[in-house]
Ligand binder design. Structure first.
Ligand code: SAM
Length: 327
């Protein structure tokens, strides 16, 4: 193989590159034609605000009043969907409500600070950041979700000083896009290992044939998609991603992850335990478990397991796991 000195334009590089590795300030690119090119590494760092724009002083962790703080002390949260929420599973199969994103964002950041969603999906986090005047960046592997996120942002007629954007890239590459220690809050609902990557059986629903029956509601079969991985490999790869995110998280930064547990072949798959254990191993301090009480949004429950097998309905609650970067 011959080595050619040349500068590649970014588009060409993206289309043709198979893999690359850094070599000092240069950067080696193996093209599909088998030739290795060397190119100067161009900065991918995103230009976005990170400093608080509110008047809060001292060691307050958010802009909330004492009265709001009191309400947030409850460990069980309930939310309602609004018109702007995306509930159509064909648009995105797993979204959370804007009101939940807003509550987490208001609890763990100040106005103007930077929020990161590593698995942004339909962009709910970004919409909530636009509403609450936080800067925000979200990443997703799927172009259709990045486009959807950016479109939702452009639909809003809000004029505030903050900026929100969705970027097409693997969460494994986020530290290449952000300056060290610039993120105040990492908030997301990640893929749930490969637990959605199978045909839906709708066993606990009264109206089993509801249009979702027999469908696979997984985002993609891309091998980088965490939703294709077995639980053990998934937990390790989530650990790798979150360990790399420690470098972009501020020293007083927070991290909140929304996950359910699931049933698989009559076994309880405790995704939340795997994630708590893995993130602790990677240097995060686990602080709080919050329960998202979903009873108000679950309907048409059918009888399931009776009379011999007691199984709680997984869809009635989910976890919000709160971590901090330790001092
Ligand atoms: C549970 S969804 C997020 C939904 C989001 N909270 C919302 O309200 O729309 C998880 C997202 O992670 C994306 N994803 C999976 N693996 C990824 C990876 N390695 N890097 C970036 N995004 C990934 C999927 O495409 C999917 O959109």
């Amino acid at each position: 193989m011959n080595v050619k000195e040349r500068t590649l334009n970014a588009k060409n590089a993206e289309r043709k590159v198979k893999k690359y590795k850094s070599k000092g300030s240069k950067f080696q690119v193996l093209h599909e034609d088998g030739v290795i090119y060397e190119t100067e590494e161009t900065s991918k760092i995103i230009d976005i605000g990170i400093d608080k724009s509110c008047q809060c002083v001292g060691n307050k962790i958010n802009c909330l009043t004492a009265k709001d703080w009191l309400k947030n002390q409850l460990g069980v949260w309930e939310f309602y969907y609004e018109k702007r929420d995306i509930r159509d599973k064909t648009v995105h199969p797993a979204t959370f409500p804007i009101s939940m994103a807003r509550k987490v964002i208001e609890l763990f950041s100040h106005e103007g600070e930077l929020v990161l969603d590593p698995f942004v999906g339909s962009g709910t986090t970004l919409v909530a950041c636009q509403d609450t005047n936080r800067n925000a960046v979200g990443f997703d592997l799927q172009k259709k979700y990045v486009d959807l996120s950016n479109k939702r942002l452009s639909n809003q007629q809000l004029f505030n000083s903050s900026k929100q954007l969705a970027i097409l890239d693997d969460a494994r590459n986020i530290s290449q896009h952000l300056k060290p220690r610039c993120v105040k809050l990492i908030w997301t609902s990640p893929p749930y290992a490969n637990l959605l990557n199978r045909e839906r059986k709708n066993k606990s629903r009264r109206d089993r044939d509801n249009g979702q029956l027999g469908k696979v509601e997984q985002y993609s079969q891309d091998e980088r998609d965490l939703g294709t991985l077995e639980l053990e490999i998934y937990a390790k790869q989530m650990g790798d991603i979150y360990e790399s995110l420690l470098s972009v998280l501020r020293d007083d930064g927070h991290c909140v992850i929304n996950v359910p547990d699931m049933w698989w072949d009559n076994k309880r798959i405790t995704i939340h335990i795997s994630l708590i254990e893995e993130l602790r191993k990677r240097g995060y301090e686990f602080r709080n478990t919050i329960i998202w009480d979903r009873r108000n949004v679950v309907n048409n429950i059918g009888i399931f397991g009776w009379p011999s097998n007691y199984i709680t309905m997984g869809t009635t609650f989910e976890y919000l796991l709160h971590f901090k970067k330790p001092k």
